[in-house]
Design a protein around this ligand. Structure first.
Ligand code: ADP
Length: 424
C-alpha cells in the first residue's frame, strides 16, 4: 500500500468516526474515489514526465558530445558577440586555453584586416535570419594565422527572441596551401609556355639577324682587307693602325655573328635522335681538332665511353668545344694533357673533360657559360666567348647540366650529364 492509499484509508476511517454510526456520506465516497482516479492519472503523468526527462537528458548528453567532439570549431556568442561557450576543436583551432577564450569578444581573435568582413557577415546573419558563410583570418595563440571558413547562424530562445549567434569554424589553411600550390603550378606552366614562345621567337630572330648581317659584314671585311692591301705604308702610321683596327674588328664581328648563328641553331637537331657511341662522337671531335692536337703535342686519353641517346652531332660539338678550350688555355711550359672519362650516377652519365691548363678562378665558374663572356683580353687567346654557351645550351636541351671545377695554375675539369635512356 502506497502513501496515498494509506491517507485515503485513514480519511475513510475518520469519516466513519465523524458520522458516529459508520455510515459514510455518499458524496464523500464519490469524492474519495474521484480523488483516487485523479491520483492514478497524476502518477501516470509523473511516469511520462520522468521518461521525458530521461530522454531529454539523453539528448542533452548527445548534444554535448556532438558539440565537444565536432570536427569543426563551435563557438556560442551572445548578442554582444562575447563568447559564452566553445568546443574542444574551437580551443585547438585558436591555440589558446578555454579560460582565455570564454567571456572575450570573438572579434579579438580575428586579424584586423578581417574584422569589418566579419561584422558584415554577422549583420547579414541577423538581417536575413539565414546561415551565412565567409572566409576569415584568425590570429592564434602562437601568433600564427589561421585561415578559416566560418558559418554563422542566429540562436532563438524559447520565447522566439534573438539570443546570440552560433559560429562554426572550419580550418581551410591546407585547402589554401593546396589552392596556392595549384595556382603557382598553373602560373609556372603559363610562364614556361610563354618562355618557350619567346625562345622560339628569339631563336628565329637571332637566326635571321645573324644570317642577314653576315652579308654586309663580308663586304666590310673584304673592303677593309683591300684598303690594307693597297694603302698600308702609303698614308702614315696612324692610318695603318686605323686600317688594322677596322680589319680586326670586322673579322671579329664576323666570328661573333657566325657564333651567334650557331648558337641560335642549337636545338634544331632534337628531332634527329639516335643511340650512338659517345666514344665515336669523341673521336670525331678529336679528328676535327687533329691539327691543333699535333701542333701543341697534346696527350689526349679517354676511358671507354658508353652508348647514349641523343643527337650525335650535338654531343660531338660539346666534346669539341671543351677539348678546343683545353688546348687553347694550356700552360705555355707544359704540353696539354687531356683526359675524358665517365661515371654513372643513378639515371645519368656524368662525363668529364680534364685538362692541366691555366685554370679558372672560382668567381667565374658561372660567368664563362654566358654568351660572349671571356676572361682574357682580346688578342691574348683567340675566340669570341661562345663555345661554352653553345655546349651549355646543347646539354640543357637534353635535360642535362654542365659545370666546371678548377684550380688556377693546375687545371680545369668540365663536367656534363646525359640522361640514361634504355634501349626498348
Ligand atoms: P672562347 O674560348 O671563345 O673564349 P668559351 O665560351 O669557350 O669562349 O670560353 C669562355 C671563357 O672561359 C674563355 O674565354 C676562358 O676564359 C674560359 N675557359 C674556357 N675553358 C677553359 C679552360 N679549359 N681552361 C681555362 N679557361 C677556360
Amino acid at each position: 500500500m502506497n502513501k496515498a492509499d494509506k491517507i485515503y484509508d485513514i480519511t475513510e476511517k475518520l469519516l466513519h468516526e465523524v458520522n458516529g454510526e459508520g455510515v459514510i456520506s455518499e458524496n464523500i465516497i464519490r469524492l474519495v474515489s474521484e480523488l483516487r482516479i485523479h491520483q492514478s492519472k497524476l502518477e501516470m503523468q509523473n511516469k511520462e514526465l520522468q521518461k521525458a526527462q530521461l530522454s531529454l537528458n539523453k539528448s542533452r548528453r548527445k548534444y554535448i558530445d556532438l558539440y565537444n567532439f565536432s570536427p569543426v570549431g563551435l563557438f556560442t556568442l551572445n548578442k554582444e558577440l562575447i563568447i559564452t561557450d566553445v568546443n574542444v576543436e574551437g580551443i585547438l583551432l585558436l591555440g589558446r586555453g578555454k579560460s582565455k577564450i570564454i567571456n572575450r569578444s570573438f572579434v579579438n581573435f580575428i586579424t584586423e584586416n578581417f574584422q569589418i568582413k566579419f561584422s558584415r557577415c554577422m549583420k547579414r546573419t541577423l538581417e536575413t535570419m539565414e546561415n551565412q558563410n565567409c572566409e576569415i583570418e584568425f590570429i592564434k595563440g602562437d601568433s600564427t594565422y589561421l585561415h578559416a571558413n566560418i558559418k554563422s547562424r542566429i540562436i532563438i530562445d524559447e520565447n522566439g527572441d534573438f539570443n546570440g549567434f552560433q559560429i562554426a569554424v572550419n580550418d581551410i589553411s591546407v585547402d589554401r596551401v593546396v589552392e596556392a600550390l595549384k595556382d603557382s603550378e598553373k602560373r609556372l606552366k603559363d610562364a614556361v609556355e610563354e618562355l618557350e614562345i619567346f625562345n622560339a621567337e628569339l631563336q628565329n630572330y637571332s637566326f635571321i639577324t645573324s644570317h642577314d648581317l653576315q652579308e654586309p659584314l663580308r663586304t666590310m671585311a673584304s673592303y677593309a682587307g683591300l684598303l690594307k692591301k693597297r694603302y698600308k705604308g702609303r698614308i702614315d702610321d696612324d692610318a695603318d693602325d686605323f686600317i688594322e683596327y677596322i680589319v680586326g674588328g670586322a673579322s671579329r664581328m664576323q666570328r661573333m655573328i657566325i657564333g651567334l648563328h650557331n648558337y641560335s641553331n642549337v636545338g634544331n637537331k632534337t628531332a634527329d635522335l639516335e643511340y650512338f657511341s659517345a666514344e665515336d662522337a669523341l673521336n670525331t671531335s678529336l679528328s676535327n681538332l687533329m691539327y691543333k692536337i699535333k701542333k701543341y703535342h697534346a696527350h689526349v686519353t679517354n676511358d671507354p665511353l658508353p652508348v647514349i641517346y641523343g643527337n650525335k652531332e650535338d654531343i660531338t660539338t660539346v666534346f669539341q668545344n671543351l677539348i678546343d678550350n683545353a688546348l687553347k688555355f694550356r700552360k705555355k711550359v707544359f704540353s696539354p694533357r687531356i683526359h675524358i672519362s665517365v661515371q654513372q650516377d643513378d639515371d645519368e652519365y656524368v662525363f668529364s673533360v680534364k685538362d692541366n691548363g691555366i685554370g679558372i678562378e672560382e668567381q667565374y665558374y658561372g660567368k664563362i657559360f654566358e654568351i660572349f663572356k671571356r676572361l682574357h683580353p682580346i688578342g691574348k687567346y683567340q675566340g669570341v666567348g661562345i663555345g661554352l654557351a653553345i655546349a651549355k645550351r646543347i646539354i640543357n636541351i637534353y635535360g642535362g647540366y654542365i659545370w666546371v671545377e678548377s684550380k688556377v695554375g693546375v687545371g680545369s675539369t668540365f663536367y656534363f650529364t646525359v640522361k640514361i635512356t634504355e634501349k626498348q
